[in-house]
Design a binder for this molecule. Sequence first.
Ligand code: DGL
Length: 271
Amino acid sequence: MDTRPIGVFDSGLGGLTALRELARIMPEEDLVYFGDTGRVPYGGRSREILVRYARQDVAFLRSFQPKAVVIACGTVSTTALDVLREENDIPIFGVVESAAHAAAQLTRNGRVGLIGTKASIRSGAYERALAALRPGVEVTARACPLLVPLVEDGRFRPGDSVAETVVAEYLAPVRAAGVDTLILGCTHYPLMKPLMGAYMGPETALVDVGEQCARWVKRQLELDGLRNGRPGAGRRRFFVSDSTEDFSALASVFLGEDVRGGVEQIDITAY
Ligand code: DGL
């Protein structure tokens, strides 16, 4: 039994898609979330900057003595996972491996769509993982830089005409390629799942990378004997690097619980 918390981070709100699933399937675990809202979006930045930000994010979370850290960010997972693993002596989980496994299993026609930030698509990480699991799989990838700012601004619901237009433009070539599985390779995108599902149609399976990662983390913690066996609900703590208001309001809606009193602002550059 290990009662230490699990640290989770993202550039902003997106990682909450992983946190929600972690909390659902491991309700007794303590979770500490950091959203780097002062520096979002990460997706257009260079590897050098991303590694610097990711090191600070992990250093902040490590001040809570976590038993593991979940990189609930596609961009950091595809770009800095190797560095973070090398530098830390606790398990560091990214979102790529678990999503690739899910997609390799789900696709029937071997055509997989992939959407993500510029940095994630540029990395080729999902393609490499898929090729190792299912050789010959055809990947149609598309960078979608406008989606993260839209989600951070709360513009992700069906009926939002701007969000619908942008999603349709990004997904048109992916749909035209005849994919039957679409990896939402950025943890912000599942907030747009209803909208994307409506555009792609019911035959396309949508892979939520945060959700898949959370299940993977649970299995690994079990295998490593790191689960918290204590009964009762775990504690959730939220930290951001910019004002807490917008984050708190949207996070409360998304998580289905009022987190407004529980979000604190920190200076991430101090780590
Ligand atoms: N949620 C992050 C990801 O999964 C968003 C990156 C960004 O801030 O651009 O890639």
